[in-house]
Design a protein around this ligand. Sequence first.
Ligand code: ADP
Length: 526
Amino acid sequence: MKILFTASECVPFCKTGGLADVVGALAPVLAKKGHDVRVMLPLYSMIPHDYVAQMKHVIDFEVELGWRKQYCGIEALEKDGVTYYFIDNKYYFGRSYIYGMGGDEYERYGFFDRACLNALPLLDFAPDILHAHDWQAGMIPALLKIQYQHLPFYANIKTVFTIHNLQYQGIFGIPEVQDVLGLGDSLFTDDKLECYGCANFMKAALVYSDEITTVSPSYAEEIQTSYYGERMDGLLRARKESLSGVLNGIDIGEYTPAADPLLPANYTADDLSGKAVCKEELQKELGLEVKKDVPIISLITRLSNQKGLDLIDRVIGEIMEEDVQLVVLGMGDARYVNLFSWAEQHYPGRVAARFRMDGALAHRIYAASDMFLMPSQFEPCGLSQMIALRYGTLPIVRETGGLRDTVLSYNEANNAGNGFTFFNYNAHDMLFTIRRALYFYNSNKAVWEMLQKRGMEGDYSWDHSAETYLSLYQHMLKQPQEAPKAKKPRAPRKPKVDVVVDVKAEEAPKAKKPRAPRKKKTETAE
Ligand code: ADP
């Protein structure tokens, strides 16, 4: 199969979160299985120079964005069997940040999305599957269906869109998006591109993609409810036949405590003595009291509300009444920087907080800690809890999304489980769960070590997920041959796919009156 990923970040080139890990790990695994896998990314200025030096200039052309014509270069780099194409335009991507705060984001990623599609014939690459990730690539499936698919070159491309985080949707003014992407008024009805009076890149993808996936089975269910649906739940319920959840894996090559070069000592599930060395070294490094029997609870996270940090804020005093140390590595909201800075001052030698992106320190913390706390309000998949398990660090998580799919609470009755969980979004439920974990840590070492070993031996590799994606792709490609005239396509998908309009034809489709339930949805959400 010829597979194209389009995404706004990808390790090892540029990363702000789990999206980069997923794209960077999945592409090579699919390539290893014998497929022609290519990835398109923006050429940001923060991509390390070593990689930029290896890139080769392939082509350049102009991209029309409304009245503008913008330069677009394509630079290519081969790595681990994958061809990476970098979309080059210094005006849009030569900035000191990956994501801006609103501003001209619609133009930057509108340019990116248009450039990805325009580049394909010039690269002579017509993918069987175009797999777009998150809102930044969300206009690609929509533009493809609306403006490109009447051209023979694009006619057979099937699209998959993966929601990595439904909270970030790319919401902008309609006139701005129309101006940049040349989309007529008739497309801005609520069954197409309009969304609560705005243009919304994520919604565009949810309407026009052939298949939608998200990064865990539980999150796929949750986002169809108004609590988790971020105002997309109605649309997602309508498209549920085309929506599935595929659990992410982690790059087990990078996260193997027995061979991790970033650790002061390596260890295995059978011999954890190296983990004790890692703990002692981290305590020294971060200025914590060096005490081998005091458990370290760690957090490595974006400092945002999503991660449930307000629960920690609520009971931090009670957590610190226990004999524990707290280690935090993260960047984000000032509220939480203030909270953990205060805690570091208030509990000297017992709390350490570092506010930066530091991959090497993250490895040392995963290895040195005893417990990893992740009380997320919602969690599409979450990679950190799987990394923690792999390092013999027991997760304490809220039962939501991917956390629910990867961490099972220890059950004394049948000995099942690999961590500790709580269900309600409630600070004291979290506190009691921390205390429960502390009980086993302090009073039942046999259970603790059994759980550590079980966590370390779990399978978090990409193999299984890659197979699931491949069978989805294969299923999509088989469909037209099996049902050429789509006599009876799957019901909920049809109305959306029908909206295949080219730029000129776009005025034509019956300007149906907008569907009624929009207002209702708001009511439900409230
Ligand atoms: P999200 O994508 O919502 O941020 P995930 O758990 O899916 O959360 O992925 C987060 C990834 O980013 C993990 O690999 C985690 O170790 C890493 N990470 C988060 N914050 C930092 C940081 N400050 N320094 C280094 N790595 C970090």
